[in-house]
Design a protein around this ligand. Structure first.
Ligand code: ZN
Length: 302
């Protein structure tokens, strides 16, 4: 073996060792989730058997996300791609296809009975409301789908995934009971909330809270002046005292609404994204408890 050849061989070995990384990381199943809430659910179900990468991170807006080349690379390195479906991430399957990804994709909302939104001035036709995770009972279905998809790729982990799924479903059931207890302190006629975009339909239907929103189910486009004017009149007519800002969307719209309608601006709600780790909505369970606490405080003023 020439010395040049030996150097080359050593170089290749060093590169191979770098690519493999530490033994623990290399053993983990690489999974990509489209947005932060799904990333949390995958981490809960997969625990120490998976390594999760989230494309749309905390406090970012998945409706208007524009994938970068690095995102395509992430999907290619994954064994499973987890998306919400129901039209929430119109870019996701296009991205996987253009990247040449041939691994499994799981639509976490499969089996959830979707709410239908009537057509409006923005969306001409009836369309599905994608925000199904705002009902914790639907999130139980999400984790069932995620556990099944992980078990298919990694059958040796099926027992662990099933146990993690069942433990988390018990936490979701406890969350559901807690939400009902909190809301029971507000008379039904006072259960009215203003938000910036229409993300809380599933929560509203499950817990009998009325949400009025300035924007439709997507944040793609600003509401028309006519729609805002109608909402201001409605806030006044229904004597709603608090408007809420969503963490991932422009706070100016809601601030203006509050001003025009003589309502105060309440705390921020997490609708489509978790908060960064140092804020109170860093996991799905924390996010829901934070939102309900804020909503109850606001509705008490109605
Ligand atoms: Zn949304």
């Amino acid at each position: 073996m020439t010395s040049r050849h030996r150097r080359l061989t050593l170089g290749l070995l060093a590169t191979a060792a770098l690519l493999a990384g530490p033994a623990v990381a290399a053993d983990k199943l690489p999974v990509t989730a489209s947005f932060s809430i799904l990333g949390d659910l995958v981490a809960v179900v997969g625990a120490d058997r998976v390594r999760v990468h989230t494309l749309v991170g905390p406090a970012e807006d998945a409706h208007v996300f524009e994938p970068r080349p690095a995102d395509a690379k992430r999907i290619l390195q994954s064994r499973l791609f987890v998306i919400n479906g129901l039209g929430f991430e119109p870019w996701a399957q296009k991205l996987a296809k253009s990247a040449g990804y041939v691994g499994d994709t799981v639509i976490a909302s499969t089996g959830v009975k979707a709410r239908t939104m009537p057509g409006d001035e923005r969306h001409r036709h009836d369309h599905a409301d994608p925000h199904a995770w705002q009902n914790p009972n639907h999130v139980a279905q999400y984790v069932r789908n995620i556990a099944a998809a992980l078990s298919k790729i990694d059958p040796a982990g099926a027992g662990a995934y099933g146990a993690n799924r069942d433990a988390y479903i018990r936490e979701l059931q406890a969350l559901d009971v807690w939400i009902r207890t909190q809301l029971a302190t507000i008379p039904a006629a006072q259960r009215k909330v203003i938000t910036s975009h229409d993300a809380f339909g599933y929560f509203a239907a499950e817990y009998q809270v009325r949400f009025l929103a300035a924007q439709g189910v997507s944040t793609e486009s600003a509401p028309s002046a006519k729609a805002v004017g109608e909402l201001v009149r409605q806030i006044r007519r229904e004597k709603i005292r608090t408007v809420f800002v969503e963490s991932m969307s422009d706070p100016k719209l809601v601030a203006q609404l509050g001003k025009d309608a003589g309502a105060s601006v309440g705390g921020s709600l997490y609708s489509d994204a978790l908060s960064p780790a140092d804020q109170p909505g860093a996991t799905y369970l924390q996010m829901m408890r934070h939102n309900v606490t804020q909503l109850v405080q606001g509705m008490k003023q109605n």
